[in-house]
Design a protein around this ligand. Sequence first.
Ligand SMILES: C[S@@+](CC[C@H](N)C(=O)[O-])C[C@H]1O[C@@H](n2cnc3c(N)ncnc32)[C@H](O)[C@@H]1O
Length: 224
Amino acid sequence: MIRIPEPELMDDPIQAESYAKADFETAHSFLVRKFQDRLPLRFIPESILDLGCGPGDMSSRLYSQFPNANFTFLDGSEFMLDLCKKRMGTLVSEKRKNKIQFKKELIQDFVPESPFDLIFSNSLLHHLHDPFDFWAGVQRSIHEDSFIFISDLMRPDSLTNANQLIERYANNEPEILKRDFYNSLLAAYRIEEVKEMLEIVRLDSKLIVEPVTDRHWICHSKPK
Ligand SMILES: C[S@@+](CC[C@H](N)C(=O)[O-])C[C@H]1O[C@@H](n2cnc3c(N)ncnc32)[C@H](O)[C@@H]1O
């Protein structure tokens, strides 16, 4: 099935609010466990970048895991970033607020002052019309020993399969969320496409891509 792109930014306030209210507990806690399993032993990053942080559900999970790190949360949508700030505001103490940066910026424009030890991104790649904008942003943000972890949706084989996934995982969700999920599935990249991208940007020697559910893949640094 051919890929059907969706708009890059989630900058409609109703869409952002309903995404923020959605219950991603099952999928997100599963993906975070995969992330933890793939991290090198005793890896304690001092600086962490969350690309396309959205309303911050994954960001808050990362923060709880590494509460002493310096964080940069980036999203091109003001509404999403405000929701992320609100969520993080309830977790981060006054003393630590200077260690957290929120950047309302497109990944295409992001040039970090210094590289990050950990680059994390969930569900951003499929939003980008040119996926190489994503990989270029990742490449600008790493050093030799950075750990990279990316997770995203996987495009199903057919519209029938896309509809079955909506029924299976979003049947009780509001219409707007079902529609977003459907559009995201159609815009998502397949594993073979991600592998091809890695070869083109020459990250294939550093990163592995694996399917982890019937609708997600993860891509992460290879063990050294
Ligand atoms: C599906 S949400 C994922 C949010 C979050 N990472 C999560 O896992 O819940 C994708 C986010 O990427 C942001 N985004 C899309 N295109 C972007 C771009 N070109 N630059 C920066 N952020 C972008 C959207 O605004 C949205 O908040």
